[in-house]
Design a protein around this ligand. Structure first.
Ligand code: VGL
Ligand code: ZN
Length: 184
């Protein structure tokens, strides 16, 4: 029985070198790859922001972000160094597909079979989740908080994060720690 899973949030090209490139992304990817290789026995779950071209989070449609992670584009793809570990479609969860809804958290993301991440983690008997990804202040934080609320033990891998804003990143880490999320 496996009781720990690694959760990789939005390590997608638009957050790395694309329209919403985040600070620290290259280091975060290198460290995530090392971590995965050092823990080959742990399941790796991937979250993918996956927007239709008219998503309401885009400035042109009333939101605050440039267009990003549009379905079918390079920007929506998992970084090539990590992609080989995303070979089990059952462990890849898509979010942000409803044009009307901003969905920072991956918790309600759905895999190809329509199962939610929370549901699949339960089926796998996961108790502890090690969360990394992009961006600390948005999708990482919201995903970690939803997991904590649902009863998982949550650790955020500090060296495996990238952020929109350095101050926002630090503040988000401090607040997550206050809430009971561990930093590892
Ligand atoms: C994200 C902004 C918009 C994220 C997703 O993954 O943190 N940020 N969509
Ligand atoms: Zn998005």
């Amino acid at each position: 029985m496996k009781d720990t899973a690694i959760i990789v949030v939005d390590m997608l090209y638009d957050f790395i070198d694309g329209s919403l490139a985040c600070q620290g992304a290259d280091e975060a990817i290198a460290h995530t790859l090392e971590f995965i290789k050092a823990h080959r026995d742990l399941p790796v779950v991937f979250i993918r922001d996956h927007h239709p071209a008219n998503h309401s989070s885009f400035k042109e449609f009333g939101g605050i972000w440039p267009p990003h992670c549009v379905q079918g584009t390079r920007g929506a793809a998992i970084h090539e160094d990590l992609a080989p570990y995303a070979d089990d479609e059952g462990l890849v969860f898509y979010k942000g597909e409803d044009p009307a809804v901003e969905q920072y958290s991956g918790f309600e993301g759905k895999n190809e079979a329509g199962q939610s991440m929370g549901e699949v983690l339960r089926l796998l008997d996961i108790e502890t989740v090690l969360v990394c990804g992009i961006a600390t202040e948005y999708c990482v934080r919201n995903t970690a908080e939803d997991l904590l609320k649902d009863g998982f033990k949550v650790k955020v891998l500090k060296d495996c994060l990238a952020w929109v804003d350095a101050e926002g990143h630090k503040k988000a880490l401090a607040e997550m720690e206050q809430e009971g999320i561990k930093l590892a």
